[in-house]
Design a protein around this ligand. Structure first.
Ligand code: SF4
Ligand code: SF4
Ligand code: FES
Length: 375
């Protein structure tokens, strides 16, 4: 569009005299007016003349539609074009058209995005800063990890139930402190920007295999309350979050951070919850044990003692359950040693640990607050 505008301006800027010189005698002015009108029409036509194919998932099948677009057309506008002009039966959710209500989340070219925030042009040309390569045909599918109701509409009950299960309100209790200044709320602010769009939930790799996992949105919400100085039951919350399905089930794939349109960075919030849980002495669970044994192994020898790590993390019975897996690995020639050798440069590793232990780790949010309340 920018280029087209430039072309229009450039053409209009041609001085009349110069143009007249190039044309012959008296008929020139009339021709020029006509040419100008045609030119304007052509430019307008050109601006809307580009088309792209939307390949939309509708139940078990995919349906293709041609959509006109220019540099500012969003995927949501494209869908509205289809619904208005070609196929009124196409079903999707939307409301604000301004990345605020969170209702237009869907998979666009395989990743969960807000349709009203995603420009067709970017999906075709790609976005270097997001490490995204463009495609000629835009595929549009409903969000993942939730049952589909129709076309692009999914049932969001599970997501909302999981957030509700985190008891998202301040509770009275002994751990409440009065915040001394505004910075005490920096952590709270970053995660409060969530618009419940479900994009993180849709792309979460752990949820694909584990329905019981609370999921990134709910855990980010939980962090919002653990981090709030006014919350009176922080440790109690951390205990519940350390149970099965909670903070230790996240596999740290980073998909939720990438998907979130509001910079909430749920994976970071989960990391901070883990840190706070261990600090609070909540370590009698597989996740925390695994993290602690991992750290000790690296500090002591620079390598993991995998068989012992399994036993220390899951207990003897848990390790026995893993015998079929161990045999499978052994068949492939992967037999971890009970006595791994110490690595070269272990002194350096130990020095790093010493520095880390003497310096209080700052795990708090550094994410720039870009949400609706920012500034
Ligand atoms: S980092 Fe964790 S919460 Fe986020 S998408 Fe991956 S598994 Fe899910
Ligand atoms: S954390 Fe981000 S992606 Fe997840 S529901 Fe909230 S705003 Fe959407
Ligand atoms: S329509 Fe509201 S976020 Fe897209």
């Amino acid at each position: 569009m920018a280029e087209e505008k430039k072309t229009t301006t450039a053409k209009k800027a041609v001085p009349k005299k110069t143009a007249a010189k190039k044309t012959t005698a008296k008929k020139a002015p009339a021709k020029k007016v006509a040419a100008k009108t045609t030119e304007t029409k052509t430019v307008k036509k050109k601006a809307a003349a580009k088309t792209v194919t939307f390949r939309v998932k509708r139940g078990e099948r995919w349906q293709e539609y041609d959509v006109a677009y220019d540099a500012s057309t969003t995927v949501l506008s494209g869908l509205e074009q289809i619904k208005g002009d070609q196929d009124g039966s196409l079903t999707f959710r939307r409301s604000c058209r301004a990345s605020i209500c969170g209702s237009c989340g869907m998979k666009i070219n395989d990743r969960s995005r807000l349709a009203c925030k995603t420009k067709i042009k970017d999906m075709i040309e790609g976005m270097d800063h997001r490490n995204y390569q463009g495609r000629d045909v835009i595929s549009i599918a409903p969000q993942g990890n939730q049952p589909v109701i129709k076309d692009l509409v999914v049932d969001i009950t599970q997501l909302f139930n999981k957030v509700e299960a985190e008891e998202p309100y301040i509770k009275e209790g002994p751990e409440r402190v009065e915040a001394k200044d505004k910075t005490a709320y920096e952590q709270v602010n970053a995660v409060s920007n969530c618009i419940m769009c479900g994009l993180c939930y849709s792309d979460c790799t752990e949820l694909e295999v584990n329905d019981n996992f609370h999921g990134p949105a709910a855990l980010a919400k939980a962090f919002r309350f653990v981090a709030d100085p006014r919350e009176g039951q922080k440790t109690d919350r951390l205990k519940k979050l350390s149970e099965k399905g909670g903070i230790w089930d996240c596999v740290r794939c980073g998909m939720c951070v990438d998907a979130c349109p509001k910079g909430v960075a749920p994976m970071e919030a989960i990391g901070k919850l883990r840190h706070r849980a261990i600090e609070a002495g909540i370590t009698n669970n597989r996740g925390a044990k695994h993290a602690i044994v991992f750290k000790d192994d690296i500090r002591n020898g620079g390598l993991l003692n995998e068989p012992m790590m399994l036993i220390k993390t899951t207990g003897l019975f848990g390790a026995i359950e893993q015998i079929p897996n161990a045999l499978h690995l052994a068949k492939k020639g992967k037999v971890p040693s009970f006595f791994p050798e110490k690595i070269e440069g272990l002194d350096e590793v130990k020095r790093m640990f010493k520095v880390l232990e003497e310096t209080e780790l700052d795990v708090e949010t550094k994410v720039l607050d870009e949400g609706p309340g920012a500034g």
